[in-house]
Write a protein that binds this ligand. Structure first.
Ligand code: FMN
Length: 181
């Protein structure tokens, strides 16, 4: 089983830690995993040319997305990770999502999970999370993927989530679950 995870944080911080923890657990259950750090990739904005329309699978832009789209097609499980920015995913991840439009109908049936982290607590945190959770579930639905689950963390400093035992446990459980369900 191949798991491809996509990290949308612009820094080495909580999201990357969460994805690595989840992937380590999945590897323990026998999965082959890969982590793509979008901040290290050359991914241009979708220019709306519609070369991909009608399921052609084509994209007129030549950059690192060519290689990542191939990896997505080979993956059995796709895991997105993002810090919450203004109640949604980061610009890095949103840009990536726009650029998977050529894969419309081609990711059907793949398992999908995500991890998110934001700084807001209590009611404000709930409101902030609702938007991004609905957004990512909708991406899963649009691509007809099989949504497995998500983990959220509450942190600000880059190494903060690594001290949250409860979140680490949830990440390990989700890592195991995506290899089994
Ligand atoms: C531009 C910006 C917008 C943010 N917006 C939110 C938000 O809407 N809700 C929230 O809970 N946290 C918000 N945060 C806090 C980050 O989500 C938080 O610091 C998170 O831990 C960053 O994850 P990372 O370490 O993986 O980069 C924002 C941070 C930045 C820089």
């Amino acid at each position: 089983m191949k798991i491809l995870s996509i990290c949308g944080s612009p820094r080495k911080g909580n999201t990357e830690f969460m994805l690595r923890t989840l992937l380590k657990s999945a590897e323990y259950s026998g999965a082959e995993t890969e982590l793509v750090l979008l901040r290290e990739k050359d991914i241009k904005f979708c220019d709306g040319c519609h070369a991909c329309k009608g399921g052609s699978g084509k994209c007129s832009i030549k950059d690192d997305m060519d290689e990542i789209r191939d990896k997505l097609l080979l993956a059995d499980v796709i895991v997105f990770g993002s810090p919450i920015y203004y109640d949604c995913v980061t610009g890095l991840l949103k840009n990536f999502i726009d650029r998977i439009n050529p894969l419309y109908t081609k990711l059907k049936g793949k398992k999908f999970a995500f991890v998110i982290v934001g700084q807001l607590k209590g009611k404000d945190g709930e409101v902030s999370r609702k938007f991004i959770i609905d957004f990512l579930k909708n991406i899963s639905d649009i691509h007809e993927m099989n949504f497995i689950g998500y983990v959220y963390g509450i942190s600000v400093d880059p190494d903060e989530i690594s001290k949250d035992e409860q979140v680490i446990k949830q990440l390990k459980n989700l890592g195991k679950k995506i290899t089994q369900q």
